[in-house]
Design a protein around this ligand. Structure first.
Ligand code: 4GX
Length: 229
C-alpha cells in the first residue's frame, strides 16, 4: 500500500484525472491511497492569507513559510510513518523513468503544489526532501505536475497494472522508444501494414521490432542512445 498526501490551494483540481483508469483501480483495490489537503485551512490571520509580497520587491506573490509548514506538520502527524516530501517546481531536477521508479519504492509521499510566483525558500530548504520538475515549461501551479507524478508512480505499484502488463516490459527499460503498432484491418484506404508483421515468422518480427525501435530513437531521440552508437 502506498499513501500520497497532496497539499494544494486548489483541491478541486484533483477530481477527475485520479478517478479514472489505472489510478482509479489502484485506489479501489487498496493499493494506493490519495488524500488531498487544502493549504488555506492552515492560514491563521482573519483574511486567511497564504501569500505575501516578496522581500526585496519584484513581481507577484510568494507563499508563506509558516502556513506551508503548518499544513505539512498537520499531514505528517496523521501517520506514524513520515512521508517523503516533494515540491513541484521548474527549479527542480527533471522527472525521469529512473526517478519515478525510485519514488515508487517510498511507502508514503507528500506532494506540495505551489501557486503564484513561488514559495518562501526557507520552506524548500528546511521541509522539502526533493524538488522535482516535470519539464521545462511554466504551468500555473504544481497541481498538474503532482497528478503527472502520481500517475507515473502508480503504474509501478505492484499489482496496479493488473496481470497483463509489467512495467518492466515497457519502453525506457532498455532506453529505447517503442516500435510502431498496428491492428486490423490489415488494409484501410490503401494504407497497409508492414508485411513482416502479417508473416507469422516470429524471429523476423522480433528483428523488425528491434530495428524499428533503434531507427525511431536515432531519428527522434538520439539523446537516449549511448554515446557513439
Ligand atoms: N514542473 N510550476 C510551481 C509555482 C512556483 C513558481 C516558482 C516555485 C517557483 C512546474 C513544472 C511548474 C508552475 C509549478 C509554478 N514554484 N512544476 N509553480 N514545469 O511549472 O513542476
Amino acid at each position: 500500500m502506498m499513501r500520497v498526501d497532496v497539499l494544494t490551494l486548489f483541491p478541486a483540481a484533483f477530481a477527475g484525472p485520479l478517478d479514472v483508469s489505472i489510478v482509479k483501480r489502484a485506489r479501489e483495490d487498496g493499493l494506493l491511497e490519495i488524500r488531498v489537503h487544502d493549504i488555506r485551512e492552515h492560514a491563521t490571520d482573519r483574511h486567511r492569507s497564504v501569500d505575501d509580497y516578496p522581500f526585496g520587491g519584484g513581481q507577484g506573490m510568494v507563499m508563506r513559510v509558516d502556513v506551508l509548514d503548518a499544513a505539512l506538520q498537520h499531514v505528517q502527524a496523521q501517520e506514524e510513518q513520515r512521508g517523503y516530501v516533494i515540491f513541484l517546481s521548474p527549479q527542480g531536477e527533471r522527472l525521469t523513468d529512473a526517478l519515478v521508479r525510485e519514488l515508487a519504492i517510498h511507502p508514503r509521499l507528500v506532494l506540495v503544489c505551489g501557486r503564484y510566483e513561488g514559495v518562501d525558500e526557507r520552506f524548500v530548504e528546511h521541509c522539502v526532501d526533493r524538488e522535482i520538475s516535470i519539464g521545462d515549461y511554466i504551468l500555473t501551479g504544481g497541481e498538474l505536475p503532482a497528478m503527472v507524478l502520481i500517475d507515473a508512480v502508480a503504474r509501478h505499484i505492484p499489482g496496479a497494472l493488473g496481470d497483463e502488463v509489467s512495467p518492466e516490459e515497457e519502453s525506457f527499460v532498455d532506453g529505447l522508444l517503442e516500435h510502431p503498432q498496428y491492428t486490423r484491418p490489415a488494409e484501410y484506404r490503401g494504407w497497409t501494414v508492414p508485411d513482416v508483421l502479417l508473416s507469422g515468422h516470429h524471429a523476423n518480427i522480433e528483428k523488425w521490432k528491434k530495428e524499428a525501435r533503434l531507427q525511431r530513437t536515432r531519428e527522434r531521440r538520439p539523446d537516449l542512445l549511448p554515446p557513439g552508437d
